[in-house]
Design a protein around this ligand. Structure first.
Ligand SMILES: Cc1cc2nc3c(=O)[nH]c(=O)nc-3n(C[C@H](O)[C@H](O)[C@H](O)COP(=O)(O)OP(=O)(O)OC[C@H]3O[C@@H](n4cnc5c(N)ncnc54)[C@H](O)[C@@H]3O)c2cc1C
Length: 432
C-alpha cells in the first residue's frame, strides 16, 4: 500500500491502514500495532511537505472522527474531533454563528494535522492556530487516554499542542472560537518597493496583512483584510469574478503556465511578469473563512521560515538578490506574512513577534538550489523552519532554536520511550 503526500514530495509503503470510528478503536489499533512491532502515525490530509506524517507501519486515517462535539459559548470554546477538516469545521462553526479567529490559506487540512505542525495565517495581533488550543485528549503508546490542559498534565499539554505527531494520537481538541465576523478584503498589485516602504504601517494598521512578491519582477500583490463594524452588510465578489480570478487565473491558467515554464524554462520570466499583472485589484466584504481561504489546485513544493518580525525586508532583499544573480527560474510567488508571539514550546513564533517568508516551486520542477539558498539566508537571520514545510535542519539546530526543546524531548521520552510514533523525519528533528 503506497502513500504519497499532497505535494508528492514524500512517498512510503504502509504495512497497514486503519480508519478508527471511536477513541476506543484508536487505542486498540495503537496497542495492536505496538504489540506487532509496527510504528504508528495518525494522518490528516497529507498536506505537510515534510516527512512528518510518513510511516512504514500503521497509518491511522482520522477521517471518521469529525465534527464539533460540544460548545461553550460563554468561554468561547468549541471541542472538535481531531480528524475534522478545517472546511467542515468552518462550515459547522458558521452555522452556530462562530468562527476561528484566524486561518491559513487553505482549508483542506484536518484540525489535528494543522495544529500538529504549527499552521498559521497572518496578522500581528493573532497567533497561529495552536495558540488557541485550550485542552486536548490524546491516546498514548500504551493505549491510555489522557485529558490534558494547563491544569491537568500541563507538561504533556504544552508539548502536545504542537506535537509533530510524536507523542500520541490526538482524538479531540478544545479550541478558542469567536463570534462570526466579516472581513473587508482589499487586494491589489503594487510595486515591491512601495510595499516595503510602507511595511511597518501596513503590518500594524491591518488586522491581516500579507503580500506576494513575484520573482524576476519588481511587483507584488498585497492583501489587506480588516474586520468591519457591526451591522455592515456582506458584499461578496460576483460569481464571475471569483471564477475568473480564483478558478481560471489562479488555478487553471496558472497550471498551464507552470507546465509551459517547466517544458520551456526561458518562458518563466515573462510568465512571472504576466502573473504579477494578471490579477487586478479587487475589493469585497465576506465571511472571514471565505476571505482567508483560497483554492489551491496547482500543486507545488514549499519551504517557509519564521523570523523576528523586523527581519522581513532584509531577508526578502537577500532572496531577491540571489534570484537576480542566479540562473534558476522561479514561476511561483514568494509569500510574506506576520504573526503574534505565543508560548507554545515548538511554535515558530515562540516568544517573538514573527514574520514569515515562504518560497514555492511547481511540483513537476526540480527543487534546484533555490530552497537551499533561502535556507542559508534564513539561518543568518535567526529563522525557524515551519515543521510541515521543506527544510534540512536537524536536532542540534532545534535544540539551539527553541528554549523549551529539552522539555519537549523529556515529555516524549516519558510518554513514548519505545518511539511507537517515531519516523525518519522525527529522528532527524528530535533525535533518535
Ligand atoms: C496547499 C497548502 C497550503 C498550506 N497553507 C498553509 C498556511 O497557510 N499556513 C501554514 O502554516 N501551513 C500551511 N500549509 C501546511 C499545512 O497546514 C500543514 O502541513 C498541516 O500539518 C497539514 O495538515 P494535515 O491535516 O494535512 O496534516 P498531515 O500532513 O496529514 O499531518 C501533519 C502532522 O500531524 C500529525 N497528525 C495528524 N493527525 C493527528 C492526530 N489526530 N493526532 C496526532 N497527530 C496527528 C501527523 O502525524 C503529522 O505528524 C499548507 C499546505 C498546503 C499543501
Amino acid at each position: 500500500m503506497e502513500w504519497s503526500n499532497w505535494a508528492g514530495t514524500e512517498t512510503t509503503r504502509l504495512a497497514r491502514i486503519a480508519t478508527p470510528r471511536s477513541e476506543e478503536e484508536v487505542a486498540e489499533e495503537v496497542v495492536k500495532a505496538r504489540d506487532r512491532g509496527l510504528r504508528v502515525k495518525a494522518i490528516g490530509a497529507g498536506h505537510s511537505f515534510t516527512g512528518v506524517a510518513v510511516t512504514d507501519g500503521l497509518q491511522l486515517r482520522m477521517g471518521a472522527l469529525t465534527g464539533v462535539t460540544t460548545l461553550d459559548a460563554t468561554r468561547g470554546e468549541a471541542t472538535v474531533r481531531a480528524g475534522t477538516p478545517l472546511h467542515v469545521l468552518n462550515a459547522e462553526l458558521a452555522q452556530l454563528g462562530l468562527a476561528l479567529p484566524n486561518l491559513g490559506d487553505v482549508d483542506r487540512q484536518s484540525i489535528a494535522g494543522a495544529l500538529g505542525t504549527g499552521t498559521h495565517g497572518t496578522g500581528l495581533r493573532l497567533t497561529g492556530l495552536t495558540g488557541g488550543v485550550r485542552s486536548l485528549r490524546i491516546v498514548l503508546a500504551d493505549g491510555s487516554v489522557v485529558d490534558c490542559s494547563p491544569e491537568r498534565e500541563p507538561e504533556l499539554f504544552e508539548a502536545a499542542r504542537l506535537g509533530l505527531g510524536a507523542l500520541g494520537v490526538v482524538t479531540e481538541v478544545t479550541i478558542a472560537v469567536v463570534p462570526a465576523f466579516l472581513l473587508h478584503a482589499v487586494e491589489r498589485p503594487e510595486a515591491l518597493a512601495s510595499v516595503l516602504d510602507g511595511l511597518d504601517d501596513d503590518i500594524e494598521a491591518n488586522d491581516h496583512f500579507e503580500f506576494y512578491w513575484y520573482p524576476h519582477t519588481d511587483r507584488a500583490l498585497t492583501k489587506r483584510n480588516n474586520r468591519v463594524d457591526a451591522g455592515t452588510a456582506a458584499r461578496p465578489l460576483p460569481r464571475w469574478r471569483s471564477y475568473l480570478d480564483d478558478e481560471l487565473l489562479s488555478n487553471r491558467a496558472y497550471e498551464l503556465l507552470n507546465r509551459i515554464a517547466t517544458r520551456v524554462p526561458r518562458t518563466t520570466k515573462p510568465i512571472s511578469a504576466v502573473s504579477a499583472r494578471a490579477l487586478t485589484g479587487r475589493e469585497y466584504v465576506d465571511a472571514s473563512h471565505k476571505v482567508f481561504i483560497t483554492d489551491r489546485d496547482v500543486r507545488f513544493m514549499e519551504a517557509e521560515w519564521a523570523f523576528p518580525r523586523a527581519a522581513l525586508a532584509d531577508v526578502l532583499a537577500e532572496l531577491k538578490t540571489w534570484v537576480d544573480t542566479h540562473d534558476e527560474l522561479i514561476s511561483f510567488p514568494v509569500e510574506c506574512r506576520v504573526a503574534a508571539p505565543d508560548d507554545v514550546w515548538l511554535s515558530t513564533a515562540y516568544q517573538r513577534e514573527s514574520s514569515y517568508i515562504a518560497v514555492h516551486r511547481y511540483h513537476r520542477q526540480a527543487r534546484g538550489a533555490y530552497f537551499d539558498a533561502f535556507e542559508a539566508i534564513a539561518m543568518e537571520h535567526g529563522g525557524r523552519p515551519h515543521w510541515g514545510k521543506m527544510h534540512s535542519r536537524d536536532v542540534d539546530f532545534f535544540r539551539a532554536a527553541y528554549p523549551r526543546f529539552g522539555d519537549f524531548l523529556a515529555v516524549r521520552d516519558r510518554v513514548d520511550p519505545a518511539r511507537v510514533f517515531g519516523n525518519p523525519y522525527l529522528e532527524r528533528v528530535l533525535g533518535a
